[in-house]
Design a binder for this molecule. Structure first.
Ligand SMILES: *Cc1c(COP(=O)(O)O)cnc(C)c1O
Length: 380
């Protein structure tokens, strides 16, 4: 059976060019980047190139990029790092109710340490309110952490406006951009972003490597003790091969940005058009226009998400209900609850996220399968 993959928000395949650049660092170029001899220098040089590529892609300086082991670690380092380093200024931060667990659970961990966190509401499109954000700011507020784009419903937040508010009040602004990198053009200077998290496996790079951008002079504590790697912010021998892969993957993402973006929007709109016309009572979740190009999140009444996924899987279709992280859990997704979907509807929700290898024929197969599954359910 042919496998059709519609879960690019969970992870993406590694591009061939990315893999090719990585391979020598598993084979002959195995030096430790901290070593002074030739193999070490070559590993260091490869990392410098990757750092430059990441910096170029977001309008940053290479010395503002710190490599980590994943998006989750970048979020932890940004949030715990900033809050602990600035605890004398205050112990309050602001985030939203629809963040990825890597942010939400980090904030909850800080609450246990005595920090205060405000979790902003979102409207039915998944947008935060700028007024509510400004009202939440106090003299104690050190940081705002709001995701660039949501991993479940694709909604893109008003990042420029949030950056302005943060700057006006002299508060640090971190954004989890794991879903946005490669899908949205980002310039950290223009958007007043102080810290930004990314993860290579969400933009056709390898799993297990991420990066944190932290603007020059922004004070943050390390969260892992050990050697002095990454300018003493992240202990541990650098994962050279994967860092090389991250650098190549981000460069390719922005090189082919226009065609990639256009392709995903076409697939998504074609999918929306067909399901709205051919299946009764579907509900599209997330913002109509301010959303990730490849994200489609749809509620189908009368069927549970898990059952839908199971029957799609039998037809070779890989998709997701809620988010990958909450699959298997009984609770409905915190994101769908926050946008006001009641439990029943949020359980019949399917997230399909399109990618560069998907075709219109794949989408037709998906829609035809959905129609069949839903019709069979009705006939039961
Ligand atoms: C995937 C994801 C993460 C976590 O990244 P990992 O590299 O898998 O740890 C964090 N935030 C968002 C929005 C994500 O989609």
């Amino acid at each position: 059976m042919k496998v059709r993959y519609f879960d690019h928000a969970a992870t993406t395949p590694v591009r061939e060019e990315v893999l090719k650049e990585m391979l020598p660092y598993f084979e002959v170029e195995y030096g430790n980047a901290s070593s002074m001899y030739v193999l070490g220098r070559r590993a260091k040089k490869a990392m410098d190139i990757a750092r430059q590529r990441v910096a170029n892609s977001i309008g940053a300086k290479p010395r503002e990029i710190y490599f980590t082991s994943c998006g989750s670690e970048s979020d932890n380092l940004a949030i715990k790092g900033i809050m602990r380093a600035n605890r004398l200024k205050g112990k309050h931060m602001i985030t939203s109710k629809i963040e990825h667990p890597a942010v939400l659970h980090t904030c909850q961990a800080l609450e246990k340490e005595g920090y205060q966190v405000t979790y902003l509401n979102v409207d039915s499109d998944g947008m935060i309110s700028l007024e509510e954000l400004e009202r939440a700011i106090t003299k104690e507020t050190v940081m705002i952490s709001i995701m660039f784009a949501n991993n479940e419903i694709g909604t893109i937040q008003p990042i420029r406006a949030i950056g302005k508010i943060a700057k006006k009040h002299q508060i640090f602004f971190h954004t989890d951009s794991v879903q946005a990198i490669g899908n949205v053009r980002i310039n950290v200077e223009e958007l007043n972003i102080d810290l930004l998290s990314m993860s290579a496996h969400k933009f056709y790079g390898p799993k297990g490597v991420g990066a944190l951008y932290a603007k020059d002079g922004v004070p943050f504590d390390k969260i892992q003790d050990g050697g002095h790697q990454e300018r003493d912010k992240r202990a541990g021998t650098e994962n050279v091969a994967e860092i090389v892969g991250l650098g190549k993957a981000i460069e390719l993402s922005y090189r082919d940005f226009e065609t990639y973006n256009k392709k995903l929007i076409e697939l998504r709109e074609y999918y929306f058009k067909r399901i709205v016309q051919e299946i009764e009572n579907v509900k599209i979740n997330g913002h109509k226009t301010l959303r990730l190009p490849g994200n489609a999140n749809v509620s189908f009444p009368g069927i549970e998400g898990e059952e839908l996924l199971f029957k799609l899987d039998q037809r070779g279709i890989c998709a997701s209900s809620g988010s990958a992280c909450s699959t298997g859990a009984q609770n409905p997704s915190h994101v769908l609850l926050a946008i006001g979907l009641h439990q029943e509807l949020s359980q019949g929700t399917l997230r399909t996220t399109f990618g560069e290898n998907n075709t219109k024929e794949d989408v037709d197969y998906l829609v035809d399968s959905l129609k069949e599954i839903i019709q069979n359910k009705k006939d039961q």
